[in-house]
Design a binder for this molecule. Structure first.
Ligand SMILES: [Cu+2]
Length: 497
């Protein structure tokens, strides 16, 4: 309904470029394909990926670690957010980004459970910012809420202890009021891994893969968001892996590797596949599963992470590549993804005997029945350009607490997507367990336990999840399509002691 209202009122909305797209007017939800809309690269006269001459097939870059300056225990590090010019396009001047410590992605932080982390953060951006520690169970006043901005030229310390059981793959990124999308697409994001001293997979070689989006304009600059980006969430011409385009990872024949994968794109739902090889899902956002699970495809929503154990098989007739298979996410303006995106080459290394893999990884106890039940409905009101993306009918308000909870109490939330696009739900400060999902009109119990902080909810879908917030304070919950978050698809849970 809302989509039709949007179409009929389109002329009144001053969404200029929309009106120049004749294919849009009669494009139904299912018909917004490639043919009708043209390729993403053709949008707004943007050049295609191939036009930039970005080299493909270079060795996968590593993710340099942030140096630990602590003299006795814990982790002391320094992050400076600022402008950085980095060589990107062959034969062209360096490209201007915003980066942490001049690195793309930002320096990876690697710490152990139980450690205290102290980060001195300096803002040399022209805007206020914060550092949000995505997924970490840390105090609210250290978590980079939009209520605690670090203004240009200012600095602050973030300090927190990582509790036992928190080993997992997290990340950090800005979370300022209204400017999260812009600061992330300009380059501000870094990976954060918490390790356990009792890690049953510590014997496996690790690969860290940060999947990010890059959109360049005709001059090779990081492009500003256009109307389609603001509506659908930004997608660029490139999906990069550790800042490289279609890099090459070496996997031995028969070798087992542990891959940590981050979707740090603004909006892409990545349907990952590795057709020539065997993959086991061993971890989610908040660390290891109870036991490995064979997977053929892995849906990774914006902000979400996964851990795989990959075994080199090099099956004949299958591309030895990491792919993002076509996935339609109900976009309003842009074309849907109709072809697989080639993310990375997996090159054949020397034959290696597979390292042993334990049958169980750790215990995960199901959260008990909830003391409190709440409902979170995502909706879109395309007739209202100042409040298009809504939670329970409201747009985000920095002064409004949406729910009041109690520390230590289990809550069950039903996330109800009444909108036309996929919206990935994210909550700060804790990890949740998905209990069940409404899929094609049928509720299905979640087949396995996992700790998550992002779950994708497709249009018409519902997800029931349970969590406990152990620490008091103000916690944001929002859609992790960053443009939707900035446009108001966010609320606040005040957890009281
Ligand atoms: Cu959204």
């Amino acid at each position: 309904m809302q989509r039709r209202r949007f179409l009929s009122l389109g002329a009144a909305l001053a969404l200029g470029p929309l009106l120049t797209r004749p294919a849009r007017a009669d494009a139904g939800h299912a018909a917004m394909g490639h043919a009708a809309m043209g390729s993403a690269a053709a949008r707004e006269g943007l050049p295609a990926a191939a036009d930039f001459g970005l080299p493909a097939g270079l060795p996968l870059p590593g993710l340099p670690r942030l140096a630990n300056q602590a003299r006795s225990g814990g982790f002391d590090g320094e992050l400076i957010a600022g402008e950085a010019r980095l060589p990107l396009l062959p034969g062209k001047p360096a490209t201007a980004f915003w980066a942490y410590n001049g690195q793309l992605p930002g320096p990876a932080i690697e710490v152990f459970e139980g450690e205290e982390v102290r980060i001195r953060f300096i803002n040399r951006l022209p805007q206020a910012t914060t550092v949000h520690w995505h997924g970490l169970p840390i105090p609210a006043d250290q978590d980079g809420n939009p209520h605690n901005p670090v203004r240009p030229g200012e600095e602050r310390e973030y300090r927190f202890v990582l509790p036992a059981g928190s080993a997992g793959s997290y990340w950090y990124h800005p979370h300022p009021h209204g400017h999260t999308a812009e600061q992330v697409y300009m380059g501000l994001a870094g990976m954060f891994v918490v390790k356990s001293r009792q890690d049953p997979l510590s014997h496996l070689p690790e690969q860290w893969l940060a999947l990010s989006d890059l959109k360049l304009d005709a001059q090779g600059r990081v492009a500003a968001n256009d109307d389609a980006d603001r509506m659908d969430g930004r997608e660029g011409q490139f999906v990069l892996v550790n800042r490289a385009w279609r890099p090459r990872l070496v996997l031995g024949e028969g070798e087992r590797q542990r891959w940590r994968i981050w979707n740090v794109t603004s909006a892409r739902v990545l349907k990952l596949a590795l057709p020539a090889h065997d993959a086991l899902l061993v971890g989610s956002d908040g660390g290891l599963l109870a036991a490995p699970r064979p997977v053929r495809e892995l849906l990774l929503a914006p902000g979400e992470r996964a851990e795989l154990v990959v075994t080199g098989r090099f099956r004949a007739g299958q591309p030895s590549r990491l792919l993002a298979l076509p996935y339609a996410r109900g976009k309003m303006m842009g074309p849907e993804q109709t072809e697989a995106i080639d993310l990375m080459e997996v090159a054949r290394g020397a034959a290696t005997s597979a390292a042993p893999l334990p049958e169980t990884l750790r215990d995960i106890a199901p959260l008990p029945a909830a003391a409190v039940s709440r409902r979170v409905a995502f909706s879109e009101d395309m007739a209202n350009p100042t409040a298009m993306f809504l939670i329970n009918g409201k747009t985000f308000d920095m002064e409004r607490v949406d729910f009041v909870g109690k520390a230590g109490e289990v809550e069950e939330w039903e996330i109800d997507n009444q909108a036309d696009m996929d919206h990935p739900f994210h909550i700060h400060g804790t990890q949740f367990q998905v209990v069940s999902r409404l899929d094609g009109g049928v509720w299905r119990a979640e087949p396995y336990l996992a700790w998550r902080d992002v779950v994708n909810v497709p249009p018409g879908g519902k997800v029931k999840l349970r969590f406990r917030q152990d620490l008091p304070g103000l916690r944001m919950f929002h859609c992790h399509i960053l443009e939707h978050e900035d446009a108001g698809m966010m609320g606040m849970l005040d957890v009281r002691a």
